[in-house]
Design a protein around this ligand. Structure first.
Ligand SMILES: C[S@@+](CC[C@H](N)C(=O)[O-])C[C@H]1O[C@@H](n2cnc3c(N)ncnc32)[C@H](O)[C@@H]1O
Ligand code: SF4
Length: 371
């Protein structure tokens, strides 16, 4: 396997915890920011120096850090690692935490891609989602991002209770208004342990009907296509060449390093998960320990299952050469059955879902994966 050339850095803090979110994120620990940055840099200094082709500073909300601290973090990362010539460095941001100083700190230290969590352009939905920003702030954040970074993406959420077709269409207009070349549109999921999940259990919130959801996705797909933003992964759309290189590396099952609380790396068949709790992470790293919550040796079967699962998310599909360890006598007849049914196609050494196969992605994946 080629040298790992991707690095994920995690900042777990947020201004407020959104009621739908099960990311490793926490609000109200601002007093810890400086110690966390020190610990994160200590862990970064233990990593190979690279060069790295993709970096992703995610969260949480990395832009919650005040500009000088953000600058210290980025400068510390740059001191230790080397960036490849064509590197991509993404930072996630929340429109409630962006200002000129923070953006300048990011851009000055080499961040060249910003991913903004917009979620909706409607104040009543933003309020429902517990967001700390309103639609006007979201709009201003996108405008400022476009003026600062060469590449900008915006996240939206569909499938919200009472969300109308017209509202979703108005949300999509954001991409046109700002000429964005990357879009992530996630379907709302009710993750166990979140406030929304508990409210759904109580019957206060209900899923939208799957048929409506599918029709809406079809429309969204066509509307983004018309803007030149083409689906390249289950929830991600881009102008060709503007895809998230970091996420592509992940979906193509390439190795990636990581640092930070709860961060997960996969290098040479070992999946390492770091301590999730920020306080425990800081304490362990400061004691000189590795802050490991678990190390899992991935079996060849695990790796194959992931190759199928992640590859079928991609419009380009699964690279047949990556299935080397899977016996074609096992998967080939199944693949042929799906090809005959018009759900799957084989081209350019890949197996990919067709447009008709996309709505049954989960079922097709389970059918093809080793049992
Ligand atoms: C780490 S957040 C992005 C940055 C920042 N924390 C924010 O929320 O603005 C990653 C993205 O995941 C999506 N997301 C998180 N939980 C979700 C859920 N339960 N259903 C759908 N999308 C979700 C949101 O679109 C969010 O922008
Ligand atoms: S701001 Fe982002 S990471 Fe933080 S709780 Fe909300 S969705 Fe999760």
């Amino acid at each position: 396997m080629a040298d790992p050339a991707s690095l994920y850095l995690h900042v777990p803090y947020c201004v407020a915890k959104c009621p739908y979110c099960d990311f490793n994120s926490i609000a109200g620990r601002d007093g810890e920011f400086s110690a966390y940055v020190d610990a994160l840099l200590t862990e970064v200094r233990r990593l190979p120096r690279g060069p790295y082709r993709t970096l992703f500073l995610g969260g949480g909300t990395p832009t919650i850090l005040p500009a000088p601290l953000l600058a210290r973090l980025l400068a510390g990362v740059r001191d230790h690692i080397r960036l490849a010539d064509d590197y991509e460095w993404t930072c996630e941001a929340n429109p409630g935490t962006v200002d000129a100083d923070r953006f300048a700190a990011l851009a000055d230290h080499g961040v060249n891609r910003l991913s903004l969590g917009i979620q909706s352009t409607h104040d009543h939905h933003l309020k429902f989602l517990g967001r700390v920003h309103d639609a006007r702030q979201a709009e201003a954040a996108v405008a400022r991002a476009v003026a600062t970074f060469p590449r900008v993406s915006a996240d939206l959420i569909m499938g919200l209770p009472n969300q109308t077709d017209a509202e979703l269409a108005a949300d999509l207009a954001l991409y046109r208004r700002h000429g964005l070349r990357h879009a992530s549109v996630y379907h709302l999921t009710y993750e166990p342990g979140t406030e929304f999940h508990a409210r759904r259990q109580k019957g206060e919130l209900t899923d939208i009907d799957p048929k409506t959801s599918r029709q809406r996705f079809e429309r969204l797909w066509a509307e983004l296509d018309a803007l030149g933003l083409h689906l390249y992964e289950t929830s991600n759309f881009a102008v060709p060449g503007q895809e998230s290189r970091h996420n592509l590396a992940y979906w193509r099952r390439q190795d990636y390093h990581a640092a930070g609380a709860g961060a997960v790396s996969t290098v040479a068949g070992v999946r390492r998960t770091r301590l999730k709790h920020s306080g425990q992470y800081i304490a362990a790293i400061t004691r000189g320990e590795a802050a490991i919550a678990s190390d899992e040796n991935l079996t060849s079967r695990d790796l194959l299952a992931e190759t199928w699962m992640l590859g079928l998310r991609l419009v380009e599909g699964v690279r047949i050469a990556d299935l080397g360890a899977d016996d074609p006598a096992r998967w080939r007849p199944r693949a042929e059955a799906l090809i005959t049914a018009g759900m799957l196609e084989e081209a350019d050494g890949h197996l990919r879902l067709t447009r008709d196969g996309r709505p049954v992605q989960d079922e097709a994946t389970i059918y093809l994966m080793p049992g």
